[in-house]
Design a protein around this ligand. Structure first.
Ligand code: HEC
Length: 160
């Protein structure tokens, strides 16, 4: 004898199943328009990299922990295309539109917000990483990119 089956036999809506309760016959409901999920603010700069560059400030400090977190993210998500040191020399070279170096004057002079924007939205053939990389991890990756850029352009004074 099965003791308690009420929960498995009760009338209920299952995921991906139709429903007669709703007019459109679909059981899974969409969030009400304008709903904001707890802990997530909508991204305000969709399609507008320049505004992102002007308006966004990197909330993370340049600490060892943050840089290490950024390094882990960069090596996981970015290095397969941009190379381990961001020089655009990954083994994808020649098999995909060549990923650019991240040491160009252009990217070095970009505000952090522009880099964050490219990770969030992608750029041309580069896809968006907004669903894979959390906001904080994106900023940590930006910090790690700054570390690589500085190392790539080290000055005499950096040795002291
Ligand atoms: C699938 C390969 C691929 C991956 C993975 C990838 N990128 Fe890219 N990325 C590209 C390509 C290709 C471009 C050039 C797009 C274009 O033509 O505008 C690019 C452009 C960029 C640019 C702008 C450079 C410029 O000169 O305009 C930045 C910054 C950048 N990527 C950073 C990152 C970071 C950070 C990551 C990891 C979160 C990452 N990319 C992951 C392929 C990739």
């Amino acid at each position: 004898m099965e003791p308690f089956t009420w929960m498995s036999t009760q009338a209920k809506q299952k995921a991906q199943r139709p429903s007669e309760l709703f007019k459109d016959g679909i059981g899974m409901r969409r969030p009400v328009q304008g709903t904001v999920a707890r802990g997530f603010l909508p991204y305000a700069f969709t399609g507008n990299p320049d505004a992102a560059g002007r308006s966004l400030l990197n909330p993370l400090p340049m600490t060892k922990d943050v840089i290490e977190r950024g390094k882990a993210g960069f090596l996981t998500y970015c290095s397969p295309c941009h190379g381990n040191f961001g020089a655009g020399d990954s083994r994808l070279r020649g098999q995909f539109p060549n990923p650019p170096t991240l040491h160009s004057d252009k990217v070095r002079n970009w505000p952090d917000g522009n880099i964050y924007h490219v990770i969030t939205e992608g750029q041309n053939v580069m896809p968006s990483y907004s669903s894979q990389i959390s906001r904080d991890d994106r900023w940590a990756i930006v910090n790690y990119m700054r570390v690589m850029q500085r190392a790539h352009n080290a000055k005499e004074s950096d040795l002291k």
